[in-house]
Design a protein around this ligand. Structure first.
Ligand SMILES: [Zn+2]
Length: 61
């Protein structure tokens, strides 16, 4: 498991930085994402736009 608990992930919206929030549960139709979360991958999604970041532990791709 990647330890990102101490870090805020931000990305840039023009002059602003917006926080990426962790998504802990996939929507019911997203089986691929659900499998990834069960493997310990972690998804972060921007609160303002559609940007998503997937954090993948070493050796699991
Ligand atoms: Zn964004």
């Amino acid at each position: 498991m990647l330890n990102l608990d101490q870090a805020a992930l931000l990305h840039r919206h023009g002059d602003d930085w917006r926080e990426l929030r962790e998504v802990r549960h996939a929507s019911s139709e997203d089986d691929d994402l659900e499998r990834r979360l069960q493997r310990g991958e972690r998804l972060f999604r921007c609160t303002e736009c559609e940007l998503e970041i997937l954090a993948v532990p070493p050796g699991s791709r």
